[in-house]
Design a binder for this molecule. Structure first.
Ligand code: ADP
Length: 570
């Protein structure tokens, strides 16, 4: 039966019991009142009538007249004649009437009445006796009715109370116990105890609820087991990958607790995985220099003593983002020692080669100068042109080897600066003079704007001139014939002087601007001849930054480029 119907039945039953108890009480009260009414109506009134008659007889000739006396007796006798209820009462009343008539006749004849009045008194006594006995009997009946009523009503009342009491004791538990058990079940599920089941034997709503709950727990159990197994498998797979990597990997959660570390990271830090995982990283970093550097270092390149030698690592920090919120980070230390060694070997090789090439190239240039001299022998126009070509190539070759050598020096940290205080005009004049010949060949005019009033700069004259020369050389290279290139020098805001070279050439695509100062970078399809090394601007940047300045570019396709660098006033 459903809980709804059970509740309905229980309450209806209680209601019926209360109704029965109330009905019985009403019934017995009615009976009691009928009993007492009987006594009152039937017997008590007879007693009054007989008492009145007997008083009238006793008071003859004393308080009221004979006429009044007979009238009272007549009136009460008639009433008594209409109130005959007991057996034998009718006969006695009849005799009373007879004697009363005789009494009245004796009175009218003035004969003695005492015989009749005595007989009447006896008769009245007889009637009284009869009614007294009846009252006693009826009183007993009423008492019996009252007793029966008390017993039955008490019984029904007790039965109602018992049932209501049992209902009161059991009903809250009947509702609350399954709810409590269900609450326990839900808590167990919330605590991931998917083995939890609920057993309700009743086939009511709670039974259905228990079935639904158990079904849910079963499904969760199946899901948990299947997804847990696959998650564990994935975890194993990822751990294997992480451990087989040659880079050091450290995973941190959003509160800086170490979630995982691979073997390489453990070896580098000299701490076992067990002592790292689950620990607060800054705590470990207090006693571990390497972890401290890894957590706080700003530089991406790190030198660490590992594998019994000085090793080089690059540090990369990846944010673990889940639904737009960072849930931790993964720090990767990539071992670049081998690349570093190869890079050093390359730089040394370039330095040696370019250094070695400089001498023979200079010798070639020298020989060319001699060949051009008429005193050695006349050469025809065709030969002269060939010699000119060779000289151009030799000059270019010398420039390239010079750049390579500079680059190698920068990379090995052997860049040497001779600082001095120099007027910007010196730098500009040297550079413009050196480039004028090439500019003239393309009919390009160089406009210079460098006021005398400018303060001196603290710079390495050679290196700064080299940079400006390089910028001018590029400007001429990438400008059309008969155009102008403008060199401007002016004061910049932060106590420095700005040197700028503006051309009206092809300009540079915006997407390449950020890479223009990278080593060996050349704008794809940007160079009219393929001779450039892509090193000029990279060297210029290193030279300028080594002097405490900065270099930058503004350019737009079709509108030309403006390269500018800043040097500190000094
Ligand atoms: P390169 O020896 O190739 O000139 P640079 O480092 O001097 O090497 O220049 C790098 C690249 O920048 C060049 O290949 C060229 O594509 C681009 N570039 C440099 N200066 C200019 C300029 N004034 N106008 C257009 N492109 C330029």
């Amino acid at each position: 039966m459903s809980i709804k119907n059970k509740l309905r039945a229980g309450i209806t039953f209680l209601f019926l019991m209360a109704l029965i108890a109330a009905g019985l009480a009403a019934y017995y009260l009615n009976r009691l009142s009928a009993d007492s009414k009987d006594i009152l109506k039937d017997n008590y009134r007879t007693l009054i009538y007989t008492k009145n008659i007997s008083e009238a007889l006793d008071n003859a000739n004393r308080t009221y007249t004979v006429a009044t006396q007979t009238a009272i007796i007549e009136k009460n006798l008639i009433a008594q004649e209409h109130n005959i209820t007991e057996r034998g009462e009718r006969e006695l009343t009849g005799d009373l009437r007879l004697n009363f008539e005789r009494y009245k006749t004796a009175l009218s004849r003035h004969e003695p009445t005492s015989t009749y009045s005595n007989t009447m008194k006896n008769l009245l006594y007889g009637i009284m006796q009869l009614n007294m006995a009846a009252i006693e009997r009826k009183d007993k009946t009423a008492a019996n009715t009252a007793n029966t009523a008390v017993i039955i009503v008490s019984f029904i009342g007790s039965l109602c109370f018992l049932i209501a009491f049992t209902f009161m004791i059991n009903f809250p538990g009947y509702i609350a116990n399954p709810i409590a058990e269900l609450t326990q079940g839900i808590k167990a599920i919330a605590g991931k105890d998917y083995k939890k089941r609920i057993a309700f034997s009743a086939k009511d709503e709670f039974g259905e609820l228990a079935d639904a709950f158990n079904q849910m727990a079963r499904q969760l159990d199946i899901y948990e087991n299947s997804s847990l197994a696959s998650i564990l498998l994935e975890k194993k797979r990822i751990e294997t990958i992480i451990n087989s990597m040659h880079d050091a990997i450290i995973g941190l959660d959003d509160k800086m607790f170490i979630v995982f570390v691979n073997k390489v990271a453990c070896n580098l830090m000299g701490i076992s995985e067990e002592k790292l995982v689950g620990e607060y990283a800054p705590d470990i970093a207090l006693e571990n220099d390497l972890l401290r550097n890894i957590l706080h270092a700003d530089q991406t390149r790190m030198k660490i003593f590992a594998d019994n030698r000085e090793s080089y690592f690059t540090r990369e920090v990846l944010d673990v983002v889940n639904e737009n919120t960072s849930t931790g980070k993964v720090i990767i230390l990539k071992n670049i020692t081998e690349f570093q060694q190869l890079d050093e070997a390359k730089t040394n090789f370039i330095a040696t080669i370019s250094h070695e090439l400089k001498t023979p190239i200079s010798a070639i240039k020298m020989s060319l100068k001699l060949l051009e001299d008429d005193r050695i022998g006349a050469i025809n126009a065709e030969q002269k042109q060939l010699l000119q070509n060779i000289e151009d190539d030799a000059r270019r070759l010398l420039q390239i080897t010079g750049e390579l050598l500079d680059m190698a020096q920068i990379e090995t940290g052997k860049i040497q600066l001779n600082f001095g205080s120099t007027h910007p005009q010196n730098i500009v004049n040297y550079a413009v003079q050196a480039i004028r010949f090439i500019a003239d060949q393309k009919n390009i005019s160089i406009q210079v704007d460098c006021p005398d009033t400018l303060p001196t700069v603290r710079a390495d004259l050679d290196k700064s001139t080299w940079v400006l020369l390089n910028l001018l050389s590029n400007a001429i290279k990438y400008s059309p014939e008969k155009s102008t290139v403008k060199v401007s020098v002016q004061r910049a805001s932060n106590n420095s002087i700005q040197f700028s070279v503006k051309d009206h050439g092809q300009g540079i695509d915006a997407r390449y601007l950020s890479r223009i100062f990278e080593r060996y970078f050349k704008v794809p399809g940007g160079s009219p001849d393929k001779t450039g090394t892509g090193l000029g601007l990279a060297i210029a940047k290193d030279f300028i930054e080594a002097q405490g300045g900065s270099i930058n570019v503004e350019s737009e396709i079709g509108d030309g480029s403006k390269f500018y660098f800043l040097l500190p006033v000094g």
